[in-house]
Design a protein around this ligand. Structure first.
Ligand code: NAD
Ligand code: 13P
Length: 389
């Protein structure tokens, strides 16, 4: 029988970490998966600092990032100092990366996915399956608020699930204990009664019988590591929304921490935040289950870790403490990594405005207004509470 060929579309801080996880597993489960994992890299030139242990590599000038990754087995720009398995192959050519892949793992900042999907149209196997590790939502005037699993699934005509959890990339890369949630619920191709929420299900092609099934058991084999505990669920919308919306809340936690208001203030923002996550999910995605937010890693646990040490939290805190725009802090602190919370706050607000529901989500609305300069972080308490007497 044939084996699954897995590729990773994206190679940032989290993209490279997931490539490492997956490549360790394809090697250990070589009865199911081909060992080699192609990883698409948005190509750029890279130079080491003079005091780097690798400085000699670029003494004659900058080198291509893909060449450095393949030679040193390290993503020297986005995941430095983490040795990568040698079965990861960095590839600057997106069509070549996905050629013959039966499982595609999408892992890149959400602002780039539309262009990437356009580049991929007509280039992938029609029966391929996808998993989106992207934390964000896409808002458009005609389609409203869409999950990236849906955007990818519809654009490419494949089924796409989601992986999201309390997963600061560096900690997972260092093999420190973490857990994550994988949502995978493809419609049974010949069963029209499936509960799947993907709109393009009528076009879905079955995975040919020569391949091992792409099911929960094999998804577990692809992502679970002794240091990375996977729980499989069917609520793709809940898993995707938890990851997207907590980025807005983490900005709020950063804003109040930047004011020096302490842990109680942060906890208040998190409490209101998780309520708004559930309310948003229930209001706009019929299949969402409350317990995905309250019981799984992709919900409350991701909110906690992101508000403790995520990039959105850290940059928001510095922006308030230093009185500088968050975009300036992002540029200065993240070395090319991207914040997702700022754009998600704007996207969610555009959607809520259109629905006439801004007032029902006071925290999401407050964060948007602070980013816009209409309100100040100091206004957060007054914006959050209506009397409940
Ligand atoms: P990142 O923040 O490290 O972003 C850098 C990546 O963006 C690089 O691979 C870079 O090549 C790429 N890029 C830059 N310009 C581009 C362009 N024009 N077109 C295509 N790619 C371009 O990315 P990440 O941390 O891998 O994040 C990917 C997703 O994973 C995000 O949705 C994020 O929220 C989520 N996530 C991140 C973490 C984390 O700790 N980093 C953890 C869990 C989930
Ligand atoms: P940041 O993008 O804010 O670093 O969040 C990382 C994350 O998603 C942790 O689960």
């Amino acid at each position: 029988s044939k084996k699954h060929k897995v590729c990773i579309v994206g190679s940032g801080n989290w993209g490279t970490t997931i490539a490492k996880v997956v490549a360790e597993n394809t090697k250990e489960n070589s009865d199911i998966f081909e060992e080699e994992v192609q990883m698409w890299v948005f190509e750029e030139n890279f130079s080491f600092a003079d005091n780097s242990k690798h400085a000699a590599e670029t003494k004659n000038g900058p080198q291509k990032l893909t060449q450095l990754i393949n030679k040193l087995h390290e993503n020297v720009k986005y995941l430095p100092d983490i040795p990568l398995p040698h079965n990861i192959v960095a590839n600057p050519d997106i069509a070549d990366t996905v050629k013959d892949a039966t499982i595609l793992v999408f892992n890149l900042p959400h602002q780039f996915i539309a262009k990437v999907c356009t580049q991929l149209e007509g280039k992938i196997l029609p029966f391929a399956r996808g998993v989106s590790c992207i934390k964000g939502v896409e808002v458009s005037p005609d389609k409203g608020c869409e999950l990236f699993s849906e955007v990818i699934g519809e654009k490419l005509g494949i089924y796409c699930g989601a992986l999201s959890g309390a997963n600061i990339a560096t900690e997972v890369a260092l093999e420190k204990y973490s857990e994550t949630t994988v949502a995978y619920d493809p419609p049974t191709v010949d069963s029209p009664t499936s509960t799947s929420d993907q709109k393009s299900k009528t076009a879905l092609q079955p995975v040919p019988k020569e391949y091992p099934p792409v099911d929960h058991a094999n998804m577990h084999k692809l992502f679970h590591r002794p240091y990375f505990h996977v729980r499989l669920v069917s609520d793709v919308a809940g898993v995707s929304l938890g990851g997207a919306l907590k980025n807005i809340i983490a900005l709020g936690a950063g804003f109040v921490d930047g004011l020096g208001w302490g842990d109680n203030a942060k906890a208040a923002v998190m409490r209101v935040g998780i309520m708004e996550e559930v309310k948003f999910g229930k209001a706009f995605f019929s299949t969402v289950r409350t317990k995905t937010f309250t019981e799984e890693s992709c919900g409350v646990a991701d909110l906690i870790t992101s508000c403790a040490g995520g990039r959105n939290f850290r940059c928001a805190k510095m922006s308030v403490a230093e009185g500088k725009p968050i975009s300036e802090i992002e540029e200065r602190e993240l070395n090319g990594q991207k914040l997702q919370g700022t754009s998600t706050a704007y996207e969610v607000n555009a959607f809520l405005k259109k629905q006439g529901k801004e007032k029902d989500f006071p925290l999401f609305t407050a964060i948007y207004n602070i980013l816009e300069g209409n309100k100040r972080p100091q206004d957060i308490p007054a914006l959050l509470y209506k009397s409940n007497l």
